[in-house]
Design a protein around this ligand. Sequence first.
Ligand code: C2E
Ligand code: MG
Ligand code: MG
Ligand code: MG
Length: 288
Amino acid sequence: RAGQAPNRSVHLFDSGQDGAQRDNLRLLSDLRGAIDGRLLVFHAQPKFAVDGSLRGAELLVRWAHPENGFISPARFIPLAEKSRLIFDLTRFGFETAKRHVLEVRGFAPQSALRFSVNVSGSDVTDPRFPDMLREAFGDDPADLALLELEITETAIIEDLERLVPVLERVRETGVRIAIDDFGTGYSSLVYLKRIPADTLKIDQSFVRDVMSSERDAILVRRTIQIGKDLGMDIVAEGVETQEIADWLVANGCDRLQGYFFSRPLPPPQWRDLAMARLGGPPPFPASK
Ligand code: C2E
Ligand code: MG
Ligand code: MG
Ligand code: MG
């Protein structure tokens, strides 16, 4: 990278690591600025019921770095998680979810569209979390019923004892809890029994292969059954083809999400889609 000392021969063996560390620190400080300056954008990826009706959207953060261009959340979320910056990013996510709830209510007052925010384990175990959620999203029960937290199976299992009581309290306020990326962690049935969740999101690595691999098909079918028996809604993520969508519907999945239906949409396109599905006035051309 430009701007780095070319002669770091003294530290020859760990210079690569030093460089990577410096890049990470730089990225974190830029991320700090991007959060404070509200320069991140949350795209909204729709979720559909099996009858094709729009049910809500997952908010996925996007960062267009002024110099480095688009940076994937897969790159900067893990860094943010190590630095606690994640907490402020999550707050931003809740504020964004609230704006979406109010916006949809503006053109479809009876809407039950639900917005999901991805949260990290360290968010939930932070003692400030319940207050932060209340401040960022408000405490109107009608609004809280339209918020869902997506937390990965791995994050839950890693800190089960501390997470469960907080998730239970949050859930008592009407917020829903979804287990994200289900199947990629080491969940045993004992854990599944203890996690207070409303929704199970089957990871895309299984969804992708249900048509080509009988083993994946068996695992997904059983997962759907267990999840439903435990009273959970089942969402499939990463649905890329009509065949997979049909298979999931036939096997009892409740909601579908993936490129076959829609990519994550920038806010104006999301608004157009939601309005087209829920009715309301045509959008102003200027809002595009
Ligand atoms: P995730 O929460 O499991 O989100 C699903 C990822 O799969 C998203 O990638 C989404 O764009 C992508 N995806 C959706 N449909 C399809 C499909 O049909 N095919 C394929 N191949 N991919 C699909 P994205 O947006 O790059 O996010 C990656 C991960 O970064 C997310 O996984 C989540 O763990 C994390 N992340 C994203 N936004 C946030 C955020 O605001 N907060 C936190 N804590 N994590 C976030
Ligand atoms: Mg997610
Ligand atoms: Mg996921
Ligand atoms: Mg994922």
